[in-house]
Ligand binder design. Structure first.
Ligand code: S3P
Ligand code: PEP
Length: 417
């Protein structure tokens, strides 16, 4: 438990979402790309391993593993482990369809519960031979994909749209995706995909609601400079909000498509103050957090952090628009309701979110369910509630292997190891 308000500057490693897009786009490009500020974590290393398995050159700088050169080559078959990484499970199959050979994909036991059939069915509709509808599955690549028009229901994950868009410039006819169904979540992540593809010279048309078109053509190499991961940064600025302290994050981007940037507005709404000065974000926490009523559909991955703060607020919070979180690393709605309740909080699931009412919290064992953001949410509550222990803090390695040491350094008020 934090004996006093935290006061620290925290340098955050690269964005998972930008890294994993940059790796695939670079793998599909016509010449090599050098990526700097690459996140090295379980999810991103699985993506680097995946493209290497498919025959792409992956060369980390021996002096700095966050600088990686990707050298495209003819794609071949092989076996890909997607672990618990949604981006690997949904971004690799369309690329694998371009391989000369069969690509099999499997992952963690827990990954089998996460939705994937939408993208496998879409690939079938685009002329690809796919075996299986859940993990493990196989893609029989022939070296080319017909592509064309496809209709999907992407309401359970924006990654179905992003995954198809990222590889589609290399399909013979490109792709036109129509979404039908409940709204697609995580719109900023789709914007991120489109912005990065356009930077790589790909023509993407997103002018009509729920329709995206990628024109076939070459993918240009880009020496991507990866921004810090703002969703990972959220846990640290939330620590300032929870303890009435102050946390600064350097290299906060001026312009970004990362949904994590929206944590600032959320914290301000709950009573914190925030300023960005010379590219450094500083958040100061209030004496007492207030509750939040918000639709989090666009920023779903921030929910565990936000829900933990809501459990500390003095008024009721209603978080909506996040039914799709039931298909994240774990069913995050059930997990958050269970764990907040275990600590004495009052948190119930609604049809599409959570309702959290003020209640005094007590210590207990917080279960992470192998979910990195559940683990960091438990660590956050442990700052202000005596006797909270997280059962598996190591699962933060999914996107932030250094999290336990970074958290300790934040508590000590020092940034560097
Ligand atoms: O494209 C991406 O990089 C991501 C999209 C979102 O997925 P969903 O749309 O499935 O929530 C997000 O939650 C995930 O952490 C990363
Ligand atoms: C939902 C998340 O991850 P994934 O990329 O595995 O979907 C997340 O990081 O919050």
């Amino acid at each position: 438990m934090a004996v006093r308000p935290v006061a620290a500057t925290v340098s955050v490693p690269g964005s998972k979402s930008i890294t994993n897009r940059a790796v695939v786009i670079a793998a599909l490009a016509d010449t090599p790309s050098t990526l700097t500020g690459v996140l090295r974590s379980r999810d991103t290393d699985l993506m680097l391993d995946a493209v290497a398995t498919l025959g792409v050159g992956v060369s980390p700088d021996p002096a700095d593993p966050t600088t990686v050169t990707i050298t495209p080559d003819a794609l071949t078959g092989g076996h890909v482990d997607c672990g618990l990484a949604g981006t690997v499970m949904r971004f690799v199959p369309p690329m694998a369809a371009l391989a000369h050979g069969t690509v099999t994909v499997d992952g963690d036991e827990q990954m089998r519960a996460r939705p994937v059939d939408t993208i496998l069915s879409a690939l079938r509709d685009l002329g690809v031979a796919v075996e299986g509808r859940t993990l493990p599955f196989g893609i029989a690549g022939t070296g080319s994909v017909r592509g064309g028009e496809v209709t999907i229901d992407a309401s359970s994950s924006s990654q179905f749209v992003s995954g198809l868009l990222i590889s589609a410039a290399r399909f013979d006819a490109g792709v036109t995706i129509h979404h039908v169904g409940k709204p697609v979540p995580s719109q900023p992540h789709i914007d991120m995909t489109i912005e990065m593809l356009r930077t790589a010279g790909v023509t993407v048309d997103a002018g009509v609601a729920n329709t995206w078109r990628v024109v076939p053509g070459p993918v240009a190499a880009v020496d991507w400079r990866i921004e810090p991961d703002l969703s990972n940064a959220a846990a640290f600025v939330a620590a300032a909000a929870a303890t009435g302290g102050e946390v600064s994050i350097p290299l906060w981007p001026d312009h970004t498509t990362q949904p994590g940037a929206q944590i600032v507005d959320v914290l301000v709404e709950m009573g914190a103050t925030a300023q960005i000065d010379g590219g450094v974000l500083t958040v100061r926490g209030p004496h007492q957090l207030s509750g939040l009523t918000a639709d989090l559909r666009d920023i779903g991955e921030l929910t565990p952090t936000i829900a933990a703060l809501c459990a500390l607020a003095d008024s009721t919070s209603v978080l909506s628009g996040i039914a799709h979180l039931r298909g994240h690393e774990t069913d995050r709605l059930t997990a958050l309701a269970t764990e907040i309740t275990r600590l004495g909080g009052r948190c119930t699931e609604t049809a599409d979110g959570l309702r959290i009412e003020p209640a005094p919290l007590h210590g207990g064992l917080w279960h992470a369910y192998a979910d990195h953001r559940m683990a960091t949410a438990g660590a956050l509550l442990g700052l202000v509630v005596d006797g909270v222990a997280v059962d598996d803090i190591a699962c933060t390695a999914k996107t932030m292997p250094d999290f336990p040491a970074m958290w300790q350094r934040m508590l000590a008020g020092t940034d560097q190891p």
